[in-house]
Design a protein around this ligand. Sequence first.
Ligand SMILES: CC(C)(COP(=O)(O)OP(=O)(O)OC[C@H]1O[C@@H](n2cnc3c(N)ncnc32)[C@H](O)[C@@H]1OP(=O)(O)O)[C@@H](O)C(=O)NCCC(=O)NCCS
Length: 201
Amino acid sequence: MLVRQLNQADAPAMLAHLLRLDETDRVQRFARPASDDSIRDYVRRLDFERDAHYGVWQGREDQPSLIGLTHLALDGQGKTAEIGVSVDAGQRRQGLAGRMLGRAILHARNLGVVEVVMYFLPYNTELMELARNQGMRLSVGEGQGIARLLPHPASPVSLASEIMETWADAAGQGVRDWSEGTLAASSVVCGRLSDLANSPD
Ligand SMILES: CC(C)(COP(=O)(O)OP(=O)(O)OC[C@H]1O[C@@H](n2cnc3c(N)ncnc32)[C@H](O)[C@@H]1OP(=O)(O)O)[C@@H](O)C(=O)NCCC(=O)NCCS
């Protein structure tokens, strides 16, 4: 199953995935109870220009279902980013969250993000293990934990790696299905790669 960058057209599938989360999962994902209406509001407010969203699809080609979702939320300056992740209950322990996180962290690194954080509730052992696997450092305070990662600076290899992953997604879907988000992501990464290639050192 491929991880693909999502765009505005995927918002209904993102909403359907989040509404499938049960009460406990919603508390873990949003760090508070989340009603259906508050999830609808969250999806309505998503900023597809500033942030990046990654998903994993499953099912028939004409009726795919989004079974995993990762939101990389960037601050105004693009220096720090926060990740939120969820996977359908019946699809866990297959490495989907790990793959989406890896992709989101690679994107953050290539954008020049200095710090990536992920908040979690202290009893969310799955998330803690997942974050450790990504090389994140964990600290747990009162009522909330935080996982932190300081990504390495972008390199030609990290930029090329993201381009390859983006192309692999597109090839997996068929060239005719190239989404605007995929093309936009490729052009950002190509731009950074060419800046690096042209920089004096
Ligand atoms: C946390 C969550 C996203 C993990 O999704 P997932 O697809 O099952 O995670 P992965 O399969 O990629 O697991 C990666 C690693 O995390 C750890 N992990 C995942 N689920 C675990 C579990 N139930 N128990 C212990 N470790 C677990 C393991 O180390 C695992 O690697 P392994 O399977 O090779 O041992 C999922 O449980 C979820 O959606 N929870 C509700 C929402 C939430 O808590 N979001 C996080 C806050 S933003």
